[in-house]
Each structure stands twice: as structure tokens, then as C-alpha cells.
Design a protein around this ligand. Sequence first.
Ligand code: FE2
Ligand code: FE2
Length: 296
Amino acid sequence: MPNSIQIKTINHVGIPIWDRRVSLKFYRDVLGLQVIPSMVDSPNIVWTHTLDGTMVHLIEPSDGETLGGSHIAFEVKNFDSAVAAIQSSGYPDISDTGERHDGQRCIFVSDDDGNKLEFTTASGLKPSNRVVDALGYTTEAGTNVVAPSPSEIKISGINHVGLPINNRVDAMKMYRDLLNIKVIPHQIGGNTLTWTELADGSMVHVIDPPKSVGPRGDGRQHVAFEVADIESTAEFLINADIEIVEGIGTRHDEQQFLFVYDPDGNRIEIATRGDHSETKRTADNNGYTSENGVLL
Ligand SMILES: [Fe+2]
Ligand SMILES: [Fe+2]
């Protein structure tokens, strides 16, 4: 079913963590994410959001022992036709559809490389009286706690996610053909990844081997949070004793970026918004990028 999935934006990402008491010191106190009531029954998930409402779900092991994987959730314009397209796609691990306490509907599927993708409606379709405590534990009644963050970092949303894949020509059958995400020229050196862009300018970068080995495995898998001011962000990170492992760097579209790790070794990028609207670079169908007609 071509063109039946129309993605609006990234609704949320799910990031595996071991212990919210440790992780919230990073995500809430350093990065400034706000804890919000969870709209699912699973008690092991902390819901947070960035300034524009894009959510970050921090997921503890549901059994206390087995750390899960990360996932990215795309909000689609027409959920029912997206479900039909996914169900007839032939991709693995297709879940049943679910509905959350706020009326948000969802379905999961994996790509050929095991990256877990979720598709959702908008959030907040139904009113909810759920309340949350300072640690992200949610109940149906009580007092809602808005835990203050001492952070001066202002994360406006998610700039992009990086997904590890084995072959991006094959991966484009999912991201370009099924999900209709636009392939754009990338703005770095070499040709080891494909940049794709959603309607709202947020991006999905699918990244070929080799693995980029970090404290907890493959750093190709990462979430990039967007800020307006990278310099003051770096200063706050340094003062908070968070090690900047790469950057501040600048990409070809003037996007500035740096990398840190969360307490569990998840690779986290913080980046400004680049402006590649007037780029002279071109990309083929699969994102192989050329400059002045010469393949990078
Ligand atoms: Fe999710
Ligand atoms: Fe990135």
C-alpha cells in the first residue's frame, strides 16, 4: 500500500535504563526534561518530555533483570491506514494495536535490522486525571508533582535519531518506501549513512557498519536532542561533571553537536538545528551524497 503512511513528527523515543533514581539525575536534573504522568499501566516506564512536548520514555527492565532495547515512535496523520500498511508490509514483530489512557493508539514493528519502530496517533486525545510523583510513578488519584529541575539546558525537542542498519539500500525499503520519509543529502564527510527528514524537519539517520563501540555497545544508536545554544549547554554539562566525549563539532550545514553518555551508556547527542535548505549537495535515492557532482 504505497503512500499510506504519512509521518508528522517524532512522538517519543524509548530509552532503556536500569534505575530511574540514577537516570533522572541525568535526564531531569542535567538535561532538564520534565517528568509527566505516564499513560500506560506498566510501572517500569518514566514518562518525560522536552519543551515542545516530544516525549522521552525511560524504560526500566520490566522483570527487574533484562534491559530492553530502545525504540522510536512516529506520530502519523492517519493511524488506521498506517496500521493497514504495516500489517501488509511483511516486516517482523508486528504487534497488536493498543490504546493508552489518553486515547493515544499505537502499533509496533521492527525493521530488517531489529530496530523497533512504533507508530502512534497524537497524544492527549482523551482527558486524564493521572498524576505523577517526583520519580515518575503514576497513579489515578492524588497530587501531581512537578519536580523542579536545576538545569539551564533547554531542550526544545528531538533533532534526529541514529539507527544502526546493515545495508542502507535495503533499509530504504522501510524508511523511504514504506514510511515515505524524504531522503536528503547528508552534511558530514564520507558516505557511511543516509539522512532522511520528516515534514517537521526532524530527521532519521540510518547508519551503515562498522559498529561504533561505546560503553554499552553500538553508538550508531543514539538520540540527538535539539538546543538553540550549544556553548552554554556544553558549559552546563561540564559544570555538572558530564563528560563530553565528542565535540563541539560543526557539520556542513552549520549544525553544531556534541556527544555524551547517559548513566547506562546510552549515547546521547545534543545538537543545534542545521540549515540545509540551500545545500548544494545532492543525494541519490539511497542517500549517497555528492558535492559539485562528486561523490563524497
Ligand atoms: Fe513507545
Ligand atoms: Fe547524530
